[in-house]
Write a protein that binds this ligand. Structure first.
Ligand code: FUL
Length: 649
């Protein structure tokens, strides 16, 4: 060290360039750090996830694995229309579900006959993975692949033979479709399926069955730059399918096994810790916030009017990307093989909103002053905060863990968004910040935020006009290394309209309806059967009983609609506060007189645990009835039955 500084003094004495030599050392990194592939993933921020398989043609969310490949015949399929709509929405990547739980491969794989070559599409000569890859690249999008570990078609699912075939599928996918930015591994696993005609339930131990360490070596070997989406991989599931992280959301995360288990595994960990992550956790595992543009991941014609609005998507952007995660938006081509016009329009307007908001960074016209700059050095000066480089940064001295930056404009500016980024190559350091604006001679605090990391968007509820703005780092365990302060004005703040406010088209009026029988109901009013008709959504019928013992599935509830009606579909709204008692297998029976009953429909509510949205069950043909009896045959958890609302269309 001594020698080095002596040397620089000597050089300084003799050369004019001495003022550019700056020996101020970089701060030491803090905690778990992101890998290069994770840095690239953070920079992307948003991408889409496409579900399109025979399941689309069955109007289901999870194919059972028994659909005849002949139904997969999209007559107007155009990957470019889909990729372009995503690009217009400002998305940076496209992830294709190359194989979903139904086991149908969208590429001509050698590992199973249940694949695209058996479909009439392009006379069995097509490769849909290739078409999506090419369309993505043509539209400037990175490409990624989801290949479901669970396979409800494969005859030998549950044995090692399947694991071998699955690994081979990954090899094919990671070899033939260029560079991937993400490999997506779902947590849903095991259960009922066709399995080559066995039609049975197969349980696997998801902590050991897939041999993830060996399986993921294939990603590292063939796609070293791709992140692995999975709680045990590089990017964690945020723990819900509604697209938001917690208000405080750390990029570091320690997956914890469920009580009674010794190891955490995909689909079997304390996922309720995922929205927030783990402060000072051992692994850099930022959150991916996945959410479909419509209620379901697959296309259903009855959801054509339930497409999320551009304003709703914009709000989700703040709750995902703005909390240091990424937004993964599900798109579902319809049976033509195109995105519905409503989806295209919503994406385009969302893209316009992003552009109109984030293209003019007002911080670039401000003068920035820092209360402390590391070593008084330019290298760590405030100019780094507005240069659009995520890794050049303003830093403080090691002893300084509280500091502020003031932005001053010659004239007052109007804004409502402040974007902050840390140089995450040095870890997630800052604990908490506050934002003040100058009113007259006084500072007024307008916001506080935690967990800055790769990106934190602070969105003020109202436009603010000020010529001075201050960002105060209130708490940090180590010196501060902030790479960006940006300030934006959201053009027009519209109320966030949720698709959830749009009632399901054709819902029958329930004013005259009455619960006339129930096999069991909770003794507490909170679990009363009448809750299924109260329209509240949050209250529910439950067969759980703390005192007298719960009543196990199956359980039924009978409703009198007051008069004979024509019904074309029944609806079940699940509770959303807990997975206990969420029905996954159901039966609906109907009657005209309440005495003679016939079966109307039986089936499965797929994916209800991860995505507890209203389930619409279309009947094979419209029926005339006055009474219906709903039976919850089994539940995803808890062996009780619950229902928040029951209805009919
Ligand atoms: C879930 C799956 O079970 C859904 O079907 C969907 O693919 C979603 C993205 O992940 O867990």
């Amino acid at each position: 060290m001594m020698k080095k500084s002596l040397l620089s003094t000597l050089i300084c004495g003799s050369l004019l360039a001495c003022s550019t030599i700056d020996n101020t050392p970089e701060p030491a990194p803090y905690g778990a750090l992101p890998a290069e592939r994770q840095l690239k993933w953070h920079e992307m921020e948003t991408y889409v996830l496409i579900h399109f398989t025979p399941t689309t043609f069955e109007n289901k969310e999870w194919g059972y694995g028994d659909a005849d490949p002949s139904i997969f015949n999209p007559t107007e399929f155009d990957a470019n229309q889909i990729a372009k709509a995503a690009a217009d929405g400002g998305f940076k990547g496209l992830v294709l579900v190359a194989k979903h739980h139904d086991g149908f491969a969208l590429w001509p794989t050698k590992t199973t006959d249940y694949n695209i070559s058996k479909s009439p599409w392009k006379n069995g000569q097509g490769d849909m993975v290739k078409e999506f890859e090419q369309a993505a690249r043509k539209n400037g999008l990175e490409f990624g692949i989801y290949c479901s570990p669970w396979d409800r078609n494969f005859p030998l699912y549950g044995t090692y033979e399947y694991v071998k075939a699955y690994r081979e599928q990954l090899r094919e996918l990671y070899t033939n479709y260029g560079k991937l930015f993400i490999t997506w591994f779902d947590g849903a696993n095991g259960g009922d399926g066709y399995y080559g005609g066995a039609r049975e339930q197969r349980k696997i131990d998801n902590t050991t069955y897939y041999g993830w360490d060996t399986t993921w070596q294939i990603v590292r070997e063939l796609q070293p730059d791709a992140v692995i989406f999975n709680d045990m991989g590089d990017v964690r599931w945020v723990g819900n399918e509604e697209g938001y992280a917690a208000e405080t959301s750390w990029a570091t995360f320690n997956p914890e096994p469920l009580d009674g288990n010794t190891v955490a595994a995909p689909g079997s960990l304390k996922y309720w810790l995922s929205p927030e992550g783990t402060r000072n956790g051992d692994f850099w595992k930022p959150a991916e916030c996945d959410v479909p543009l419509r209620p379901g991941w697959f296309y259903h014609p009855e959801q054509d009017y339930r497409v999320k609005t551009p304003e709703y998507l914009f709000d989700l952007y703040f709750k995902s990307v703005g909390r240091g995660g990424a937004l993964d938006l599900g798109l579902s081509p319809d049976r033509r093989g195109l995105l519905h016009q409503h989806d295209v329009e919503s994406l385009a307007k969302f893209g316009e909103l992003l552009k109109a908001t984030f293209s003019n960074n007002l911080a670039k016209t401000a003068k920035l002053t820092a209360s402390n700059t590391r070593g008084g050095s330019r290298k760590f000066g405030t100019a780094n905060l507005t240069d659009d480089d995520r890794y050049s940064y303003w830093a403080t001295d090691d002893s300084v863990t509280k500091a502020d930056i003031t932005l001053t404009w010659k004239e007052p500016v109007k804004f409502n968004i402040v974007r902050l980024r840390e140089n995450i190559k040095l870890g997630q350091r800052i604990e908490r910040i506050a934002i003040d604006v100058k009113e007259g001679n006084d500072w007024k605090e307008v916001a506080q935020a935690t967990s800055i990391g790769a990106q934190r968007l602070v969105r003020l509820p109202q436009h603010v006009s000020a010529s001075e703005l201050r960002v105060r780092v209130v708490e940090s365990p180590v010196s501060i290394t902030l790479s960006e302060i940006a300030v934006f004005l959201e053009p027009e703040q519209k109320p966030t309209v949720s698709y959830k406010l749009v009632p399901t088209a054709g819902a029958l009026d329930r004013k005259e309806w009455e619960v006339v029988a129930v096999t069991a109901e909770s003794k507490d009013a909170s679990g009363s059967a009448s809750n299924v008709l109260d329209g509240a959504g949050v209250t529910f019928w439950s067969t759980a009983n703390a005192k007298s013992g719960s009543s196990a599935a199956p359980q039924s509830i009978t409703i009198d609609m007051g008069a004979v009606q024509t019904v074309k579909a029944f609806t079940y709204l699940p509770r959303t506060d807990s997975p206990a008692g969420l029905v996954n297998r159901y039966k609906w029976e109907i009657s005209k007189d309440g005495k003679t009953w016939t079966s109307a429909v039986t089936g499965e509510f797929s994916n209800i645990k991860a995505n507890p949205i209203e389930q619409v069950v279309n009947l094979p043909a419209p029926v005339e009835c006055r009474y219906f009896r709903f039976t919850g045959l089994s539940a995803v958890e808890g062996n009780i039955i619950t229902a928040a609302e029951l209805g009919a269309l």
